[in-house]
Design a protein around this ligand. Structure first.
Ligand code: SF4
Length: 478
């Protein structure tokens, strides 16, 4: 599509929605924007398959009173909504999130609250200006309220720690995480763990020097339980030796792939203080598991879940994905119903997301359409409500199915503080290990420093990893 913009240019935002409606199809889009008399107005004309389609949008807005950031945001919203109005005359695509394209919708609600707006005004902005549906607005509001209570208790002199273990027993077809198949990278595991222990030691020194306490520790990846019992022990021992864990409220380890979980590894995690664990079936349809290359069975999931219960983990999270290839609504319903029967403390439902790097992009599998995924998510909300679990954190990604969302549900007492803190960017997170990203929060500003992702690079350039830690120290101090 050729895009021509007059009056105000918002190519980046437009391209997100042009892609949703037209992908790589041909046509011409012309937008015009006007700012006068305390209101803004935009119109769009789309030339498509020999016909012309029109859309317009306007709302009151006094740009003389607003910050540059807000002006850009609202001008862009006006233009994009006029485009959507025209595009919807060509294609019947609904956008439950309207033009709200950020990855943290609940954070936006909180920001509006902090500006002093009340519920009615916030609702008006989201539903009338951004075009968010009533259902998504309610979800967003609920998440923002639940987050608020957790965020109130984040101390200024506290941080959380993320440790990335970039290994998995095999690579799932849709994977977009930092992970390598152990058949290729297994030879680096021992050295990686030795160096990670040194990085933990260095981090412990920095935390002491800066008198910072640790609120949460999160070991993710990849799949941390791909490591052997001894390798896990080495890392957990380094944490317990070098970091003061007395202040740690949540100590989480992802054990995502059920085929990596053994009684011995669970005991090691438990013995070293891990108090939350994630076991992720993604789906309870064996045919789908085979199709997406998970290389484990549904029985593996049940076995791992019961082992974790027996080991005494009081908080277990399970992840499911809505919109997996060839899955119908009924298949998803079966997965969510069966997982709910097990009553894990947390259930996180992701919408299928295809990133360019994942192999699924190149396959011919049938993905669910946006309406079906939306039906799956609505069903999830109802089931969760019935079993007393509330949505407490949420994020959206680019390329996510139907432009929808990922939501974590839990009973109030089990909300994951780490998930909320990282999503809302109110606490400094120190990232270690493969692909660990440190986010240093300085008021409204966030500085990011990333570790190398590949185990080989992490090992080869470990001196730089230590230098990055020094950089983090200076940034926190500044
Ligand atoms: S288990 Fe998760 S991190 Fe590992 S390959 Fe599969 S999707 Fe990627």
């Amino acid at each position: 599509m050729l895009l021509i913009q007059n009056g105000f240019c918002c190519e980046y935002e437009m391209n997100i929605f042009i892609n949703i409606f037209f992908g790589k199809e041909d046509g011409i889009i012309k937008t015009d924007f006007f700012d006068k008399n305390g209101g803004i107005y935009a119109k769009t004309e789309i030339e498509y398959n020999g016909k012309n389609y029109f859309g317009e949008f306007s709302f009151p807005f006094d740009s003389g009173q607003e910050s540059e950031r807000k002006i850009k945001k609202f001008f862009g919203v006006c233009v994009v909504r006029s485009f959507i109005e025209a595009a919807q005359k060509i294609k019947k695509i609904t956008l439950p999130w309207g033009v709200l394209s950020g990855i943290r919708p609940a954070k936006y609600v909180r920001e509006l609250k902090e500006e002093g707006l009340g519920d009615a005004e916030i609702k008006k902005i989201l539903t009338e200006i951004f075009g968010v549906s009533e259902e998504k607005y309610k979800l967003c509001k609920k998440v923002a309220e639940n987050e608020e209570k957790i965020l109130e208790n984040v101390k200024n002199d506290s941080v959380s720690i993320y440790i990335g273990i970039p290994f998995c027993p095999s690579r799932c077809l849709y994977c977009s995480f930092v992970s390598t198949d152990v058949k290729i990278s297994g030879k680096y595991m021992d050295e990686f763990c030795d160096l990670l222990a040194r990085e933990i030691e260095k981090t412990g020194e920095i935390l002491k020097d800066l008198s910072l306490s640790v609120q949460n520790i999160y070991i993710g990846g990849g799949t941390p339980t791909t490591l052997s019992e001894n390798q896990l022990k080495k890392i957990l021992n380094a944490i317990n030796t070098n970091i003061d864990t007395k202040t740690v409220q949540e100590f989480t380890a992802e054990a995502g792939r059920p085929d990596t979980i053994t009684e011995g590894k669970l005991d090691v995690l438990k013995d070293f203080g891990v108090n939350r664990i994630s076991i992720n079936p993604q789906t309870l349809n064996q045919k789908t598991l085979d199709l997406i290359g998970r290389k484990h069975s549904t029985d593996d999931f049940y076995r791992a879940f019961s082992l974790a219960k027996d080991a005494g983990f009081s908080v277990i999270n399970t992840d499911l994905i809505a919109g997996l290839p060839d899955e119908t609504f009924e298949m998803f319903k079966k997965s969510i119903d069966k997982v709910t029967e097990l009553d894990p403390e947390n259930i996180t439902v992701h919408s299928m997301c295809i990133k360019r790097a994942s192999a699924l992009n190149f396959s011919k599998m049938q993905l669910s359409n946006a309406e079906t995924v939306e039906k799956m998510l609505s069903y999830t909300e109802k089931v969760m409500e019935k079993c007393g679990k509330e949505p407490y954190y949420m994020y959206r990604q680019k390329n996510i199915s139907g432009n929808l969302e990922n939501v974590g549900y839990s009973k109030k007492e089990h909300f994951s503080k780490y998930n909320i803190n990282i999503m809302e960017e109110v606490q400094t997170i120190i990232g270690l290990g493969g692909g660990g990203v440190s986010k240093i929060v300085k008021g409204d500003r966030i500085e990011r420093i990333a570790n190398f992702k590949e185990p080989y690079e992490y090992i080869k350039r470990f001196d730089e990893i230590l230098l990055k830690k020094e950089e983090i120290k200076s940034l926190i101090k500044s």
